[in-house]
Ligand binder design. Structure first.
Ligand code: F0G
Length: 456
C-alpha cells in the first residue's frame, strides 16, 4: 500500500459532464483540436501539468499579504533567498513563463545559423531556437526513441553524439548546450546525475555554456534518488543542489514545479551574461524585481518551490502518476515505459496501427478520448513535432504519443481510475477510430491552432 496524500482538500470546484452528443458537437466546432475547447466543457483535464497545480493555503495566504511594489518588494527578496537555497544560484532573472526565459536567453546568445544541442527540445524551446535563426538538434540516447525499452535514465543525452556534433559543427557555432530535466518530449524521462556531470564536462572542455531546461527538476531529482547509486539516502534538496552545481545556468517554467499558475526564471552564473539578460528583460518582461509578474506571484513561486522539493510531496506525486500507468499496463494499453515523472504517454502508433502517421493517429486518439469520456489529453506526435517538406508533404515525428499530463495536487485516484477505464473502453473499439486530415497549421507551434477534419 502506498502512503496516502500528504494534504487534505480545503476547497473544491464542481465538475460538469456534457453528454456524448454535446461533446461530439464541441470537438467538431473546435476543428478536432482540443486546445480550442472551452475548459468548462472538459470533465477531466489532462491537457497539461503547466499552470494547473492546486496551490497550498500557505501560498494563497502569502499572496494576499505580500506588498505590491514596482521595485524592491518583499516578494522579490523572499524569492532571491529561495533561489539561493534551492538552486544555489546568486543571479537570476524573473520572467512571466518558461518560453519567455527561452526568448530572453536565446535573443542574447544566438546568432543566425547557430546550433543548439539538447537531449530533446520541447515545442517552445524548439520554436524559440528557430525564431532566433538557430537550429535545434536533439541528441538523446537511442533508447529514448524506443517506447518499449526499459532503462533507468531514458532522458540522458548521448555524450558521444554530442562530442561528435561539436567536432563536426565547431564549438564557435554552438552558443549553448541544453539538457531538459525531465525530458518532456520523450515521455517525462529522467536524466542521471552522471549524465548531467558528463555533459557539463564536455561543455566546459569546449568552453560552451551549459544550461538546464529545468521545468521538472525535482521530479528528476526523485528519480535519481530512487535509481542512481549513492543517492538513495540524499534528500531531493541535496540532489537538486548537486544537479544545478554542474550548470552555468537554467531556464525554468515555474508553472510546473513552482506549483503556481504563471511565472518563470532564468538562473545565470556568469555576471556579464546575467547583466545582458536582465537588461533585455527590462524591455520585454518588466523591472527585475517583478519581471512581468504581479509581486504576489513571486511569493507563491517561492513557497511553491519549497513545497515541490519536499521528499514526501515527490513520493506522492510519483505514486499518483505510476498508479495511472499501472492501471493502463494491466489492460495492455501501450504506453512509454518506464513511466516518467509528470504524465503517462500513450503510444498511438501501437494503439492505432491501422492509421499512418500522416493521418495523425495521436491527434485522432486525443479527440476520440474527449468525445467518448470528456477527458482532455494532448497530442505530442506529428501535429506537435512533425515538419512539412518543400512540397508541403508531412514529415512524421519520431514518436507519436497522446500525453495524459497530471496536474499537481488536483485529481484523486478515483478520477484517474475513470481515465484508465475510459482508455480501456476506447482500446476495445480501436479499430473503429479513423485518422484525421490537417486543414490548417501555422509554421511554428502549429499544433496549438491547427484544424483537422475526419479523413476518408
Ligand atoms: N520546457 C519544457 C520542457 C516544457 O515542458 C515547457 C512547457 C516549457 C519549456 C515552456 O514553459 O509553458 O511556461 O512557457 N510545457 C508545457 C507542457 C506547456 O504542457 O508540457 P512555459
Amino acid at each position: 500500500m502506498s502512503d496516502p496524500e500528504p494534504f487534505k482538500i480545503k476547497m473544491v470546484k464542481p465538475l460538469k459532464r456534457l453528454s456524448k452528443e454535446e461533446r461530439e458537437e464541441r470537438i467538431r466546432e473546435a476543428g478536432y483540436n482540443v486546445f480550442k475547447l472551452r475548459s468548462e466543457d472538459v470533465f477531466i483535464d489532462l491537457l497539461t501539468d503547466s499552470g494547473t497545480s492546486a496551490m497550498s493555503d500557505q501560498q494563497v495566504s502569502e499572496m494576499v499579504k505580500t506588498e505590491q511594489a514596482y521595485a524592491g518588494g518583499d516578494s522579490y527578496h523572499a524569492l532571491d533567498k529561495t533561489v539561493k537555497e534551492i538552486f544555489g544560484f546568486d543571479r537570476f532573472v524573473i520572467v512571466h513563463q518558461g518560453r519567455a526565459a527561452e526568448n530572453v536567453l536565446f535573443s542574447v546568445l544566438l546568432e543566425e545559423g547557430d546550433y543548439v544541442p539538447n537531449n530533446m527540445h520541447f515545442d517552445t524551446t524548439k520554436a524559440n531556437t528557430k525564431h532566433k535563426g538557430g537550429e535545434p538538434v536533439d541528441l538523446a540516447v537511442d533508447e529514448a526513441y524506443d517506447p518499449e525499452a526499459i532503462a533507468d535514465f531514458k532522458g540522458n543525452m548521448d555524450v558521444k553524439k554530442l562530442e561528435r556534433f561539436i567536432e563536426e559543427k565547431g564549438p564557435k557555432n554552438i552558443p549553448v548546450i541544453m539538457l531538459t530535466i525531465t525530458n518532456n518530449t520523450g515521455g517525462g524521462q529522467p536524466v542521471s546525475m552522471e549524465n548531467i556531470r558528463k555533459v557539463s564536462e564536455v561543455a566546459e572542455q569546449y568552453d560552451i555554456p551549459f544550461f538546464l531546461d529545468a521545468c521538472r527538476f525535482a521530479e528528476n531529482a526523485r528519480f535519481i534518488k530512487e535509481r542512481e547509486k549513492g543517492y538513495e539516502d540524499k534528500s531531493i534538496r541535496e540532489i537538486t543542489r548537486e544537479m544545478f552545481s554542474h550548470a552555468d545556468g537554467f531556464t525554468f517554467s515555474a508553472k510546473k514545479e513552482g506549483l503556481v499558475n504563471i511565472g518563470g526564471l532564468i538562473g545565470i552564473k556568469d555576471e556579464e551574461l546575467h547583466k545582458r539578460c536582465k537588461n533585455l528583460s527590462i524591455i520585454i518582461e518588466g523591472f527585475p524585481t517583478y519581471g512581468g509578474l504581479a509581486c504576489r506571484e513571486l511569493t507563491a513561486i517561492s513557497t511553491g518551490l519549497k513545497e515541490a522539493t519536499k521528499d514526501e510531496y515527490q513520493t506522492y506525486r510519483y505514486e499518483q502518476v505510476k498508479h495511472l500507468a499501472d492501471s493502463l499496463l494491466e489492460e495492455d494499453i501501450p504506453i512509454i515505459e518506464p513511466v516518467g515523472g509528470h504524465a503517462v504517454f500513450v503510444d498511438a502508433e501501437r494503439f492505432l496501427p491501422h492509421i499512418p502517421q500522416t493521418k495523425f493517429p495521436a491527434q485522432a486518439l486525443t479527440t476520440e478520448l474527449y468525445k467518448e469520456s470528456g477527458i482532455r489529453a494532448v497530442e505530442l506526435g506529428t501535429s506537435a513535432f512533425g515538419e512539412t517538406d518543400e512540397e508541403g508533404d508531412i514529415i512524421p515525428a519520431e514518436m507519436e504519443n497522446m500525453r495524459l499530463a497530471i496536474p499537481r495536487r488536483v485529481y484523486t485516484l478515483n478520477q484517474l481510475e475513470y481515465v484508465a477505464g475510459s482508455i480501456k473502453e476506447l482500446h476495445e473499439k480501436r479499430e473503429d477510430i479513423q485518422g484525421l486530415k490537417r486543414t490548417y497549421a501555422p509554421e511554428l507551434l502549429g499544433h496549438f491552432t491547427a484544424e483537422f477534419e475526419p479523413s476518408d
